[in-house]
Design a protein around this ligand. Structure first.
Ligand code: SF4
Length: 312
C-alpha cells in the first residue's frame, strides 16, 4: 500500500474520532449576495444559478429529512460511520443572524452528527454569527470559505465581489473564535499562471487556515464563464497540467493544513468541459501517482519531512 503524501481529511477524522466520518451535503435554501442583487445579479463567473446546490430544499425537504435520507443511505455500507453536516449550497451565513440560528438549531439534535461545515463567503460573516457558530456543541465546526485566488485582478475577472483582504480578515476572526477555516481555491482560473497559483497557496499558508479544497476549474452549464469559454476568451488547463499544478501546490502547502478535496465535484448534468473532469476518482488517483513518482509530499518545498501523520 502506498502511504499518503498529504494530510487527507479521512486520515484526519480517523485520528480525531477513531472511525470514519462521512460528510452529508445539506441544502438550507440559502441565497447569495452575489446573485440576489445586493452585490450583483450575475454571480461568480464559474458558478450557475444552482450555486452548487442539490435543490432539495426547493423540493420541500427539510434539513432533518435531507439528513435522514443521506444517513440511511450511507449506513447501509458504513454501519459504524459518524457524520458531518455540510451546508453546501450558496452562502449559508448570508442574511440575519436569526436565520442562521434557526438553521443551526435544526441540526443540533440530529443523531450521529459529530460536526458541521458551513459553506459561505467571507463577506457574509460578522462577529455575532461567528459567536453563534462557535457556541454550537459539535467537536468540529468548519467554515468553508471561498477565496479562489489571492490575486485582485483574478477576483475582479471572475466577479467574486470581495477581495483577498476580506478573506484574510474573516479567516483570522473565525480562528479567534476557535473555528476551523477550509479555504477553497481553484487551479487554472482565467489569466492565471502556475506562479499565480503558487502565490495563492503562499497566501493561504500565512493565514490561520486549517483546511483547503483545491478544485480544478471546470465550465459549469449556464455560468458566465461558459459564454467566455465558448468565445475563446481563455483556455482551460489540460489534465496533466492540472495534476502538475496540484502536486506543486501541495508541495508548497503547510503540512498541518487538512486536504478536504484535490478535485472539483461537478454534477454530471452541469459539466460542459473539460470532459476528463467527469472522472474525479481517476484525477485523484493520478495526482497521488505523480506525488509518488516524483517523491513529492505536502510541505516538501517548505523543507518539511514526509510526515507519518499523513497515513492512518
Ligand atoms: S460561487 Fe458562491 S459566492 Fe459565487 S455566486 Fe455562486 S453561490 Fe455566490
Amino acid at each position: 500500500m502506498n502511504h499518503k503524501r498529504y494530510l487527507a481529511l479521512s486520515t484526519y477524522f480517523r485520528t480525531i474520532f477513531g472511525h470514519r466520518v462521512q460528510k452529508i451535503p445539506l441544502d438550507a435554501n440559502s441565497s447569495c449576495p452575489n446573485r440576489d442583487g445586493s452585490l450583483s445579479r450575475h454571480g461568480c463567473t464559474f458558478c450557475n444559478q444552482r450555486g452548487s446546490g442539490t435543490g432539495l430544499a426547493e423540493q420541500g425537504l427539510t434539513l432533518e429529512m435531507q439528513y435522514a435520507a443521506w444517513r440511511d443511505k450511507y449506513r447501509r455500507s458504513m454501519p459504524t460511520a459518524r457524520f458531518m453536516a455540510y451546508l453546501q449550497s450558496f452562502s449559508n451565513t448570508y442574511g440575519p443572524v436569526k436565520r442562521l440560528e434557526k438553521i443551526l438549531l435544526a441540526l443540533q439534535d440530529l443523531p450521529d452528527l459529530v460536526g458541521l461545515a458551513i459553506g459561505t463567503r467571507p463577506d457574509c460573516l460578522d462577529e455575532d454569527k461567528l459567536r453563534l457558530i462557535a457556541s454550537m456543541p459539535w467537536p468540529q465546526t468548519w467554515l468553508d470559505l471561498g477565496l479562489q485566488s489571492a490575486h485582485e485582478r483574478t477576483l475582479q475577472r471572475i466577479q467574486r465581489g470581495h477581495d483577498a483582504d476580506c478573506f484574510a480578515h474573516w479567516t483570522t476572526q473565525a480562528a479567534r473564535y476557535g473555528l476551523k477555516v477550509c479555504a477553497h481555491v481553484i487551479t487554472g482560473l482565467p489569466g492565471e499562471t502556475l506562479a499565480d497559483f503558487k502565490q495563492t497557496i503562499a497566501f493561504v499558508n500565512c493565514l490561520p487556515v486549517s483546511g483547503i479544497k483545491i478544485h480544478n476549474l471546470f465550465i459549469c452549464q449556464g455560468s458566465a464563464m461558459e459564454q467566455q469559454w465558448r468565445n475563446s476568451s481563455f483556455t482551460l488547463l489540460e489534465r496533466d497540467e492540472t495534476i502538475a499544478w496540484t502536486v506543486q501546490g501541495l508541495a508548497l502547502l503547510r503540512p498541518d493544513i487538512v486536504i478536504h478535496r484535490l478535485n472539483a465535484d461537478p454534477s454530471g448534468d452541469e459539466l460542459v468541459a473539460p470532459q476528463w473532469a467527469r472522472d474525479k476518482r481517476a484525477l485523484l488517483r493520478d495526482i497521488e501517482a505523480l506525488l509518488q513518482r516524483t517523491n513529492t509530499w505536502q510541505g516538501q518545498a517548505l523543507g518539511y519531512p514526509l510526515s507519518p501523520h499523513f497515513s492512518p
